[in-house]
Design a protein around this ligand. Structure first.
Ligand code: 2BA
Length: 110
């Protein structure tokens, strides 16, 4: 058995969860925050049989989109609300999804 840990964009989390549960996978959704952009994302925990892991990854891949974000940089600090266009930001490409697959020693439900 494997534990799939998948970090997806909040905007995709609803469709990803629906697609996984439609295929009868059991899913736990955690509200998480990326350490770099410090914006919310969603982490899924999915316990799955080894033979089903490829299907889980395919579903996540199918419903997760890559997006561009403008991340503020320290060049903005101290400028206040000036009228001229002096703000600077760095373009960062986020996701699809980041997926880890971990081996599970045992799983019990009590
Ligand atoms: P964040 O940490 O907020 O990162 C958002 C995006 O910023 C990343 O997209 C990447 O394009 C960029 N980025 C992250 N750290 C960077 C750095 N030190 N320098 C320059 N750019 C950086 P993704 O790679 O698609 O990651 C999306 C989210 O997935 C991450 O949000 C984080 O929450 C999670 N994640 C990605 N890789 C991870 C890893 N190796 N371990 C744990 N979480 C990870």
């Amino acid at each position: 058995m494997k534990l799939v840990v998948a970090i997806v964009n909040n905007e995709d989390s609803g469709v990803v969860a629906s697609a996984l549960t439609k295929e009868k996978f059991v899913v736990t959704k955690l509200s998480t925050t990326g350490g770099f952009l410090m914006i919310g994302n969603t982490t899924f925990l999915i316990g799955a049989e080894d033979k089903d892991v490829d299907l889980v990854k395919r579903i996540i891949n199918d419903y997760s989109k890559t997006r561009a974000y403008a991340a503020p940089t320290t060049a903005n600090f101290g400028l206040g609300l000036r009228g001229d266009d002096t703000s600077q930001s760095a373009q960062v490409s986020v996701g699809g999804a980041t997926v880890f697959v971990l081996s599970v020693d045992s799983m019990e439900k009590y």
